[in-house]
Design a protein around this ligand. Structure first.
Ligand SMILES: NC(=O)c1ccc[n+]([C@@H]2O[C@H](COP(=O)([O-])OP(=O)(O)OC[C@H]3O[C@@H](n4cnc5c(N)ncnc54)[C@H](O)[C@@H]3O)[C@@H](O)[C@H]2O)c1
Length: 285
């Protein structure tokens, strides 16, 4: 099967990642349909993209014409049917398998049969999403990193069901977005999170047992390993609810104690201290 070129991209979800993804795709010249459950939050994504563009113009990195043409390429909607003509739809809703499965069942009904259905999940088993559709060969993972506008990597995840054409088209899309695409099998955490999260979790463990303060641990990992931010600042950036879901999915798959989420993390999520997005996590913002 030869795949049609990707020109129209659907993004579902208007959270941290959905908004970033929409911006990256629109800036790369794709037509983008952003779908959120409320029209208000879909419109907010477009407003956020515009704010970024205004900043780029102020810094001399974009022109008014570019701003207009990028904004003209984004359609905001609360209607799933508006995704019908998309060549690829990337969902970026909450990290919850049941929610994502229900969404893929709906997408199967509304998106044209040749459309690729992709997920930005950080850890969940993509084959399970593929199997609720009638096109498992067209389902894969396209995992952007946070913030999507800045981070150069995209993991292209191959579930056992995906065709080579789907993986090639998804990789080509990521490359066209200016990203480095790496291919990886459908295993919890893929490459980056499978290696990163034991480290983040063990930082919380180190703090819980009183080895050092979180400020000292962050300072140490910046200065000692040349990381741009320490583990607690990174957890706050990722979102503690998302981090907890990632650890739970990794633990469920591998049963490795390094993936067993530290009690503090679970309690902070229960308390609604989710990091930057709620202005309070390990630090206050
Ligand atoms: N935060 C990160 O650093 C990061 C990085 C890469 C990938 N991801 C993945 O991206 C996806 C979204 O994460 P995020 O950080 O943008 O989360 P977020 O909390 O910022 O946004 C979640 C979005 O899901 C929507 N949502 C919540 N419940 C829903 C439901 N029941 N049905 C439909 N939509 C619902 C919300 O309205 C919101 O638009 C997750 O799969 C996550 O694992 C996150």
């Amino acid at each position: 099967m030869v795949m049609a070129e990707i020109t129209r991209v659907g993004v579902i979800g208007s959270g941290i990642m959905g908004a970033g993804l929409a911006e990256v795709a629109a800036r790369a010249g794709f037509d983008v349909v952003v779908r959120s459950r409320s029209r208000w939050s879909a419109d907010a994504v477009v407003a956020a993209v515009d704010k970024g563009l205004v900043r780029s113009i102020e810094r001399g990195k974009a022109t008014e014409d570019e701003r207009e043409s990028i904004l003209a390429r984004i359609v905001a909607t609360d209607h799933l049917g508006s995704l019908a003509d998309c060549d690829i739809v990337i969902e970026s809703v909450v990290e919850d398998l049941a929610v994502k499965k229900a969404l893929f069942i709906e997408l199967e009904e509304v998106v044209k049969p040749s459309g690729i259905l992709a997920t930005n999940t950080s850890t969940l088993p993509i084959v399970e999403l593929a199997m609720v559709t009638k096109r498992p060969e067209l389902v894969c993972g396209v995992h952007f990193f946070n913030p999507a506008t800045i981070m150069p990597l995209v993991e292209i995840i191959r579930p056992i069901t995906a065709s080579d054409e789907t993986i090639a088209a998804a990789s080509a899309f990521a490359t066209a977005c200016g990203k480095n695409a790496v291919e990886v099998l459908d295993r919890a955490g893929f490459i980056v999170n499978a290696l990163l999260f034991p480290y983040l979790n063990n930082a919380v463990r180190m703090w819980e047992v009183g080895t050092a303060s979180k400020e000292s641990i962050d300072t140490a990992m910046k200065g000692g390993c040349n990381h741009p931010m320490g583990p607690f600042a990174l957890l706050d950036l990722v979102g503690l609810d998302t981090a907890l879901s990632i650890l739970d999915a990794l633990y469920a798959e591998f049963r490795d104690p390094n993936y067993a989420a530290m009690p503090t993390l679970r309690r902070m999520v229960a308390a609604g201290h989710l990091g930057r997005k709620t202005n309070r996590g390990f630090y206050t913002y």
